[in-house]
Ligand binder design. Structure first.
Ligand code: 13P
Length: 244
């Protein structure tokens, strides 16, 4: 169960969140709990979750370890500040910041080399869905961004299916629509990496997940967790999603 804070919260708001949130999920042993704040608040989040079951992640990463790349942050830097996870290929990066399947693959390899656990996002736009191209888009994103991994690398990633039309819109995919897409992604994984690897990979659903719809989504056999935006910003709402 992962929270993507996007561009919300400063350091003191980060600390205040965890003061309330940590005890609410202290008993959650059925899942891993992850929060991804902005880069500048990772240190505050790591400090505020020391000794808890909560992991901290970044929302992006660059694929070189260091160099003249103004504004970028590398995987070893993220690991050094105490984060364990990184979200890669979020649709907002793809739509607004030029992320491609190729850069997703480069970033994933760099993250794995630094010992980070990547959460790789895929998902179709509304126009794709309306044109009946959802499976084509998921296939292209899988083939371009994930199929280039070795089996060892694939075993260390998490995939997130986030239909772009459901992000921040309040329009959740129905559990059946989400389950269909998850099945399609798992079929890609099976074809490329085999049945055992495909069964083992965790596929999260993201897009307007809320305390009142998480249970039905999680009831789908191919949905293994959630990647939550807006509802992860409040301690009680994200805790009730974690403890669905
Ligand atoms: P919302 O939960 O706000 O729709 O955002 C989903 C998301 O993009 C998580 O990465």
């Amino acid at each position: 169960m992962a929270g993507n804070w996007k561009m919300y919260k400063n350091a003191s708001e980060t600390t205040a969140f965890f003061e309330k949130f940590n005890p609410l999920v202290a008993g959650a042993s059925h899942c891993e709990v992850v929060i991804a704040p902005t880069f500048v608040n990772i240190a505050a989040a790591v400090a505020a979750t020391k000794g808890t079951n909560i992991g901290i992640g970044a929302q992006d990463v660059y694929w070189k370890n260091e160099g003249a790349f103004t504004g970028e942050v590398s995987a070893p830097m993220i690991a050094a500040v105490g984060a364990q996870w990184v979200i890669i290929g979020h649709s907002e990066r793809r739509q607004f910041f030029g992320e491609t399947d190729e850069t997703v693959l480069q970033k994933t390899v760099a993250a794995l080399e630094a010992g980070l656990k990547p959460i790789i996002c895929v998902g179709e736009m509304l126009a794709d869905r309306e044109a009946g191209k959802t499976a084509d888009v998921l296939t292209r994103q899988f083939q371009g961004g994930i199929a280039g991994l070795t089996p060892e690398q694939f075993a260390r990633i998490v995939i997130a299916y986030e239909p772009v039309w459901a992000i921040g819109t309040g329009k959740t995919a129905t559990p059946e629509i989400a389950a269909d897409a998850h099945k399609c992604i798992r079929a890609q994984a099976r074809a490329k990496f085999g049945a055992a690897a495909a069964d083992a990979v965790r596929i999260l659903y993201g897009g307007s997940v809320k305390p009142d719809n998480v249970k039905n989504l999680m009831a789908q056999p191919d949905i293994d967790g959630a990647l939550v935006g807006g509802a992860s910003l409040k301690p009680d709402s994200f805790a009730s999603i974690v403890n669905f």
